[in-house]
Write a protein that binds this ligand. Structure first.
Ligand SMILES: [Cu+2]
Length: 266
């Protein structure tokens, strides 16, 4: 189902400057499970990565003319956001690869466990017919070895990471935009020293149990120095019903924390 954020203000720091759509982001839609959309394709010759060690994944994005895209708009301070997730939604990785002049990206993955993985690239071309359109494309990668599946943790309204308790509030329905509020506390006290991370106080991504469909939840809380929290607001639009694994990343005192919890979408 196509999703659009056309009615939503661009997050702070978005460099999308297409004069025909001031302050708006276009999205190619979809759930991130395809390697191609609107003529843009995520290409890689890598189908297998080694187990238990850092590994490089090289890829490029080709445009409708078949040549690698080299011009990218900056979104949340980066030209391309890269994610990896195992089929059981464990092993979440999110980082920012580097691009060679010819449009070849190299992502350095942390050690992977055996199993089926999906890697995602989230980007907005800054030239060509897709200029200003946000894409999420993905490919699968196999890590050899005997793969044990971790059952998805039960849906929960809160979780704890590094001593921080993260509570998520919001009733979500598939395909509809809903507000989602995240509250962060530590030792029962509201946390108010969140630092900006990628132009936000919390970066929130979600993957659908069963097929690893992808969603990025857009923050609506603007950053203003190293004193974010405890409440953070998001626009949540998850494309399908079922259980989603949410990964919330936030930074305090220079350290990045990643909280994960399961949320049911009706
Ligand atoms: Cu990113």
């Amino acid at each position: 189902m196509p999703s659009t954020t056309g009615a939503m203000p661009s997050p702070a720091g978005s460099s999308h400057e297409d004069p025909s759509m001031p302050g708006m982001d276009k999205m190619a839609g979809g759930n991130g499970l395809s390697d191609s959309q609107n003529g843009y394709r995520l290409t890689s010759s890598t189908a297998t990565l080694p187990v238990g060690t850092k590994a490089s994944y090289r890829f490029s994005v080709t445009g409708p003319d078949g040549s690698p895209v080299t011009a990218y708009a900056v979104d949340q301070t980066k030209r391309l956001h890269f994610y990896a997730i195992r089929s059981d939604l464990t092993g979440f990785q999110h980082f920012h690869p580097t691009m060679a002049k010819d449009g070849t990206w190299t992502a350095s993955l942390d050690a992977l466990t055996p199993g089926a993985w999906r890697v995602f690239a989230s980007f907005t071309p800054d030239s060509g017919p897709g200029k200003g359109t946000a894409f999420v494309l993905s490919r699968t990668v196999t890590v050899p070895g005997s793969a044990s599946q971790t059952p998805l943790p039960a849906a929960a309204g809160s979780t704890t990471v590094d001593g921080y308790t993260v509570t998520v509030n919001g009733e979500l329905r598939a395909g509809m935009e809903h507000p989602l509020t995240v509250t962060i506390t530590k030792g029962g006290k509201p946390v108010t020293d969140l630092q900006p991370y990628l132009d936000t106080y919390a970066h929130l991504t979600a993957f659908h149990a069963g097929d690893a469909a992808f969603a990025h939840l857009h923050p609506t809380t603007m950053v203003d120095g190293d004193h974010g929290g405890p409440d953070l607001s998001f626009h949540a639009q998850l494309p399908k019903a079922g259980n989603w694994r949410l990964f919330l990343q936030f930074q305090t005192a220079g350290t990045l924390h990643t909280a994960a919890l399961t949320m049911n979408v009706g």
